[in-house]
Design a binder for this molecule. Structure first.
Ligand code: FES
Length: 102
């Protein structure tokens, strides 16, 4: 497992996502308050960048910007079909540093 310090918590706008390159993987990192979530950035449907999707903070979900499928930030599952999912990554806070583990 590799760790990437991807920045400070306040560099990620609350309720938004950013794209992060970690080795060869592009990861979407989302902030909901002091919680941070990381999932694969490419939507499995047609490849939209999920970091550009609308974050539903209360539900901890992101809505794909292209066809509005809702992905759960907590486990990467598709809201309407939990058998479908995308890769979820571990994120930790060390003080205000956001650390992505892949
Ligand atoms: S590309 Fe994400 S729902 Fe279609």
């Amino acid at each position: 497992m590799r760790e990437y310090v991807i920045g400070k918590l306040d560099e990620i706008p609350d309720g938004k996502g950013i794209a992060v390159q970690a080795g060869r993987r592009e990861v979407a990192v989302f902030r909901v308050g002091r919680e941070v979530f990381a999932i694969a950035n490419s939507c499995p449907h047609k490849g939209a960048s999920l970091c550009d999707g609308e974050v539903m903070k209360a539900e901890k979900m992101v809505r794909c910007p292209w066809h509005h499928w809702n992905w759960q930030l907590t486990d990467g599952k598709l809201e309407t079909e939990p058998r479908q999912g995308l890769r979820k990554y571990e994120v930790a806070l060390d003080g205000d540093d956001v650390i992505l583990r892949i």
